[in-house]
Design a protein around this ligand. Structure first.
Ligand SMILES: [Zn+2]
Length: 639
């Protein structure tokens, strides 16, 4: 009895020591670039205090902010494992992205090489000018060790002038060694190694402490003066962004970093992170004021994410699961509302180059009205479709996305526009979408999390509905809005809402005929429906709710004749000059040769053409419209 008790105590002590060792000793990464011209790097990871269990080291399959799986293990080669004595140990592959190390002595050093030549927000790229690293694409990690601190040292090529920039925590070895408190933070921290230029500034936060910002620019042509000038514009922009939420978050490593890769061999992309953003814009120059203003577009979007996505975060992506695609209800909010605010805040900050009205974020309205996919999926369902739409370029089979998908970026932006204008109307100008974003910040973002990199109060769909009811004191308004426009597929009444601010929504003129946006390609046999042989892009099924669909014609059919004449592109295009109600007779050859006679009944064109300020069309802006527009588009920064 006593012996047993002693044994249990002994086991408990050993177990406690093991847990402590695991939670305090960092996992050490060492990264070298022996041959950057060959686009690979070597990674060594050292684990200590492992006990006797096999160690699994794995590559991620997905990366936060990109919703399709990416299978990062495909670029890994030369994997080796060593024990604490430096002896090589065998590895096995229980899964395509897992290397298992058994029979070690409590210490394991894994060494591997990995190829990357795709510098963007999801993948990574190495060449003689830089290493642009997105962590999930580049680094193995071990399940079960997610809360262990991590330490990473970069050894730059001997003949390079590379410096290191990242949101990882600096150490006393400032130039090359950094830490992360846990895996989520590590994976969220992209790294740029290059001979970059920097420019820093700080802005007083609402509580009086300085919020610090740093631009890191990798560019062949930009001068220090260009980078400083860009930083000046970014400073104006971040002040305007802060006014939406009322304050900057506390940036855990002490500052927020804009990693800007403006080299022609990057791949255009911007990716949000908690205390930084990684932006690659291959065509970007920041040598002129106009070019710097253009660069603000992506910067504005990504910076807004440091609240909306990184801290105001959907439960579907928190904590992020790197082993699979992560599904969320609410990319219409995370991406769409961000898409709305990006240009809006550039306008409010007076940085849109004198095109305030035309750059107003009204474009979501026409896309919501016109895109056939809205008839099929709500904003919530579009968000859930993201794993098949966002970066999913590798499917072999065709999809019907052209008639069933509307990007949650434009859909969400259109919903944000409608909600902003509706709130202003409902409250006679006392409330706006800014107040809703502030409320989401105080409820879900500001409370923080158990550790840096973790969000303690991620939101669900119902939270968003309830917060709108609480903000307005009007449950019916909130329920109507969510039922119709967020979980339903209605288009908001943009004509009315935009008129409040003196904008006109121009629909296609009455009497204009329409048979749907249907792709056809002219062939020797006739018009091949849904084909893009001469227009680029994948085959396109005929959109629902169009006269061609209703006539029973779709992808793969060949239209042989139009009103008795051989079907040509010219004849096809002529149909659109017919009036609503007129009919067109066509003969259609199906796959396999059967021929069918079909009738297409022309409809009134239901598409929205554009949104324009009333004064640009010779109309007059009323005092009420001017006041509404100024309150919406004017700066909110208190001087
Ligand atoms: Zn985004």
């Amino acid at each position: 009895m006593r012996r047993v008790v002693l044994f249990i105590i002994l086991v408990a002590v050993v177990a406690a020591q093991a847990v402590q060792a695991q939670t305090t000793a960092p996992i050490n990464y060492r990264v070298t670039f022996p041959e950057p011209e060959h686009h690979w790097m070597q990674v060594e990871i050292t684990y200590t205090g492992l006990g006797s269990q096999p160690l699994d080291a794995r590559m991620s399959r997905s990366s936060p902010g990109r919703y399709a799986v990416a299978e990062f293990a495909k670029n890994v080669f030369f994997v080796e494992a060593y024990n604490g004595k430096g002896q090589k140990i065998a590895t096995t592959r229980p899964d395509a992205d897992v290397w298992r190390v058994s029979g070690h002595d409590g210490t394991v050093r894994i060494v591997y090489r990995i190829f990357g030549d795709y510098a963007n927000g999801t993948f990574f790229g190495i060449d003689t000018t830089h290493a642009h690293l997105n962590m999930p694409a580049a680094f193995m990690w071990s399940p079960g060790h997610e809360n262990q601190p991590m330490r990473i040292t970069f050894v730059t090529p001997a003949d390079s002038k590379w410096k290191v920039a990242t949101q990882l925590y600096p150490t006393t070895n400032e130039a090359s060694t950094f830490t992360a408190p846990n895996l989520q933070y590590f994976m969220d921290s992209p790294v740029e190694l290059s001979d970059f230029r920097t420019s820093s500034f700080s802005v007083p936060n609402t509580d009086g402490t300085p919020a610090s910002f740093r631009l890191v620019v990798h560019s062949v042509e930009a001068t220090q003066a260009d980078v400083d000038e860009l930083a000046r514009l970014v400073q104006q922009l971040v002040r305007e962004q802060m006014a939406v939420f009322g304050e900057f978050p506390k940036y855990e490593p002490g500052n927020y970093t804009f990693l800007l890769d403006y080299v022609p061999w990057g791949h255009g992309d911007g990716m949000e992170h908690r205390n930084s953003t990684a932006i690659a814009s291959p065509g970007a120059s920041i040598r002129t004021l106009e070019a710097r203003r253009q660069a603000l577009g992506v910067i504005s979007h990504e910076f807004f994410h440091n609240w909306n996505m990184e801290r105001i975060r959907s439960a579907g992506i928190e904590p992020f699961d790197f082993t699979r695609e992560n599904v969320t209800c609410c990319l219409w909010l995370g991406e769409g509302f961000t898409q709305y605010y990006g240009p809006l805040l550039i306008t409010r900050a007076g940085l849109s180059g004198g095109q305030r009205d035309s750059s107003a974020p009204v474009s979501g309205a026409t896309q919501v009205i016109n895109t056939p996919g809205r008839a099929v999926r709500s904003p919530v369902q579009m968000s859930e479709y993201a794993p098949f739409a966002d970066g999913a370029g590798s499917f072999v089979d065709e999809t019907d996305a052209n008639r069933t998908f509307l990007s949650y970026y434009s859909y969400g932006s259109g919903i944000a526009l409608a909600l902003d204008l509706s709130l202003r109307e409902l409250s006679s100008g006392k409330l706006s979408l800014d107040d809703y974003m502030k409320l989401l910040w105080t409820q879900h973002g500001k409370p923080g999390g158990p550790a840096p990199g973790l969000v303690g109060k991620p939101y669900g769909l119902k939270d968003l509905r309830d917060h709108l009811a609480a903000l307005t004191g009007n449950r019916k308004f909130a329920d109507d809005f969510f039922d119709k426009y967020v979980e339903g597929r209605d288009a908001p009444d943009y004509g009315h809402l935009l008129s409040l601010a003196g904008y006109a929504l121009q629909m296609a003129p009455a009497g204009r005929g329409w048979i749907g946006n249907v792709r056809v390609a002219e062939t020797a046999e006739g018009l091949l429906v849904g084909s893009s042989a001469n227009r680029g892009g994948p085959p396109s099924p005929v959109p629902f709710n169009t006269p061609v669909y209703d006539a029973g014609i779709d992808l793969g059919d060949i239209i042989r004749t139009i009103d008795g004449q051989p079907a040509t592109i010219v004849e096809w295009n002529a149909i659109s000059s017919k009036k609503p109600g007129e009919q067109v007779r066509v003969t259609v050859e199906r796959r396999g040769g059967a021929v069918a006679n079909k009738t297409i009944t022309v409809k009134q064109d239901p598409t929205a053409q554009q949104v324009v300020p009333v004064e640009s069309q010779g109309g007059t802006l009323t005092a009420a419209q001017k006041a509404f527009r100024d309150a919406w588009l004017g700066s909110k920064v208190k001087m």
